[in-house]
Design a protein around this ligand. Structure first.
Ligand SMILES: [Zn+2]
Length: 198
């Protein structure tokens, strides 16, 4: 966790090193690979996750992203056996930002996906997981950390598309869900094209 106001004075280049955000706690995931050559990062994809569903403060999401989840630990985990997934960032209920994959690399969060005719959104996106569910609001601390993170991303990459997982995989996915309040990110809302005709 951090005071978001303390980040305001940092020049953008000082906030990043090799695609790692200095204000995030690194927990390195092996689930990444190279982005295709000559593809610019221009999308941020919002997700939620909780494991078990609706239980917060567990270490299970990070365990999943690091291939350390024990499938026998909970009945819900069995279907996750062998799954290799990740995101660039995970924001806990208390607003701590964890980074799992360098933004320069391709994380495995979007799956089969498409936005405005472009498929394989992992190629050109940054994935952010909020600890949450489709059943209750996210925490103010999460929005504060997310705003600081999105400001830092905007300062570093020309992000044109701020979308939800459900926008790019509507038949499979419902996150970040009805409780994710896009209007809490006012700078982004002005640039957002997710409400226009797809
Ligand atoms: Zn998702």
């Amino acid at each position: 966790m951090f005071e978001s106001s303390s980040l305001g004075g940092s020049p953008p280049e000082a906030q990043w090193e090799a695609g790692w955000w200095r204000h995030a706690r690194p927990v390195v995931s092996p689930n990444f690979d190279e982005r295709p050559a000559a593809v610019a990062i221009d999308m941020v994809v919002m997700h939620y996750i909780s494991l078990p569903e609706r239980q917060f403060g567990t270490h299970a999401p990070l365990d999943l992203f690091c291939n350390r989840l024990n499938p026998g630990q909970h009945p819900e985990f069995e279907v996750l056996r062998g799954l290799r997934v990740s995101a660039h960032f995970f924001i806990t209920r208390t607003g701590e930002v964890v980074q799992l994959v360098s933004c320069l690399h391709r994380a495995w969060h979007a799956g089969v996906s498409k936005w405005r005719g472009r498929e394989k959104c992992n190629d050109f996106s940054i994935g952010i997981e909020l600890e949450g569910s489709g059943f209750e609001p996210f925490e103010p601390a999460q929005y504060r950390s997310l705003a600081a993170l999105c400001d830092a991303i905007s300062a570093q990459w020309a992000v044109l598309h701020w979308v939800g997982h459900s926008d790019i995989a509507p038949e499979r996915k419902s996150d970040p869900g009805p409780f994710f309040d896009w209007s809490r990110l006012p700078k982004i809302a002005a640039e957002n094209d997710r409400d226009v005709q797809k």
